[in-house]
Design a protein around this ligand. Structure first.
Ligand code: NAD
Length: 445
């Protein structure tokens, strides 16, 4: 990464969760010296010993490679971070506040404050977390107020677009880089910190701080809207006997619309989309432009109604009542190839079924440990066939490849009743119906 304009900057990554651990590991693989910092000593210990504390394809191999190279280390010490780094990436969580739509910025504030105290300068502090627009301006003040006099620290914003399940590829080969900066020096530092990525021809959008913050929430709002749009069409289909999967396929051939994120089903969840659109509506209201994004409340509402509708379908298939019915719930993670259960639609549905008196077994290839910790009242399994034995209704909630490949004849032999709700349009309805199953799906006759 270093070149004729000087040696490569040394990077710290503050907050080593899904985003930060991936960023730290990938930057070390690209050739930078990287220090990962977290307040959670257990997480730091596991990463330092070569264990990725969450499920992400390809990442464990890259962690081993980065540790072997000697370019990646981990610490809980902000003093070490301040002494080591030239460019510091802030990757801590910004969850939804309890009892409000607003983002909880206490972790971001704490990370910047702790880091600022130990900055020797000149240093660039780069926000990567998803934050309400205006946060960077506030953090700039916090940084200047807290950093030692003469430390010469600047703030920049570099929103992150990685998708869990594709995080390595998205980090090494992103669609674009967005740099929110207030000086030529900050832009030069960021270009130096991403030199190998930029050298591949990745487009770089250099802009101001508020635009950089907004790009991320605007992108997530668009994606959430696209999903809820097709799910709103599914609601209309349900009232008319139309088939939303045929509708979506026909729409997708219009390349102004496109087929991506136009998949009807149980809707979105996870640690990003739901809380990001809620924080956006809250922030827009604070700024007096709530009307401009009021539609995002509808987007959220449509998304929530899909969960309720899925429960209704299971109840209908179970003969009108859930109490005592044995339900096999296929999926816990908010999407396949992840063990992330934050705001997972699958677990929301499973818990509602359980609360209505059903006997629910949740099956997931990766997310069972996280799910069990969060919701110990549910029963868990990792093998779908074993879990389905004696089942009254099977409901597919997360479209893992393992579930798509289930043979309806084989599963049909173990269940009590051949009834399935396909919450993700992941199964071949003809194949399941031919095998004698009562197959139901959202938005389809
Ligand atoms: P996460 O909960 O997995 O990780 C956050 C980490 O920050 C945790 O390890 C926590 O211990 C640590 N932390 C908390 N306070 C700290 C402090 N004061 N100092 C140091 N570390 C601290 O969250 P995540 O999914 O990695 O998300 C982080 C941010 O990135 C959020 O703003 C999120 O919206 C954004 N983001 C996430 C993704 C994603 O796919 N996960 C994608 C793009 C953007």
């Amino acid at each position: 990464p270093g070149n004729e304009t000087g040696p490569a900057p040394r990077l710290t990554v503050i907050g080593t969760g899904y985003l930060g651990a991936t960023h730290a590991i990938c930057m070390a693989v690209l050739g930078y010296d990287v220090l990962g910092v977290d307040v959670d000593p257990d997480k730091i210990e596991r990463l330092a010993s070569g264990e990725v504390p969450f499920f992400e394809p390809g990442l464990p191999e890259l962690l081993a490679k980065a540790l072997d190279s000697g370019r990646l280390r981990f610490t809980t010490s902000f003093a070490e971070a301040g002494a080591f780094g030239d460019v510091h990436f802030i990757c801590v969580g910004t969850p939804q506040q309890k009892g409000s739509y607003a983002a909880d910025l206490t972790y971001v504030d704490a990370a910047v404050t702790e880091l600022a105290r130990h900055i020797r300068g000149p240093a660039l502090v780069v926000g990567k977390s998803t934050v309400p627009v205006g946060t960077a301006a506030r953090l700039t003040e916090l940084l200047h107020k807290t950093a030692p006099a003469g430390a010469d620290a600047q703030l920049a914003w570099n929103p992150e677009f990685l998708r869990e399940g594709y995080a390595v590829d998205d980090t090494l080969r992103p669609d674009r880089l967005v740099f929110g900066t207030t000086s030529a020096w900050a832009e030069e530092r960021l270009r130096a910190a991403f030199a190998p990525v930029i050298a591949q021809g990745t487009p770089v959008v250099v802009t101001d701080l508020p635009t950089a913050e907004l790009v991320k929430v605007a992108a997530n709002s668009f994606l959430a809207t696209k999903i809820s749009y097709i799910n709103a069409m599914a609601e209309v289909c349900e009232a008319t006997g139309a088939d939303v999967t045929g509708l979506a396929t026909a729409l997708s051939y219009d390349d102004r619309i496109g087929g991506r994120f136009l998949k009807p089903g149980l809707g979105f969840g996870g640690g990003c989309l739901p809380k990001d659109i809620r924080a956006f509506t809250h922030r827009a209201e604070e700024l007096g432009v709530g009307q401009a994004v009021a539609f995002l409340r509808e987007v959220d509402g449509i998304n929530q109604r899909r969960r309720a509708r899925t429960v209704d379908l299971v109840r209908e298939l179970a003969g009108g009542a859930l109490a005592g019915r044995r339900i096999t719930a296929l999926g816990a993670a908010f999407k396949p190839n992840s063990d992330d259960i934050r705001d997972a639609p699958a677990l929301d549905v499973a818990r509602t079924l359980h609360a209505a008196g059903a006997v629910v077994t949740v099956v997931d290839p990766a997310a069972v440990p996280n799910a069990r910790r969060a919701y110990p009242e549910l029963t868990y399994a990792t093998d779908a066939l074993a879990a389905a034995a004696g089942s009254d209704v099977v409901v597919l909630l997360t479209e893992w490849a393992q579930f798509r490949e289930i043979d309806p004849h084989v599963m049909g032999d173990v269940v009590a009743h051949r009834r399935i709700v396909d919450g993700r349009h992941a199964l071949d309805s003809v194949q399941w119906r031919t095998a004698g199953w009562d197959y139901r799906a959202l938005g389809r006759p």
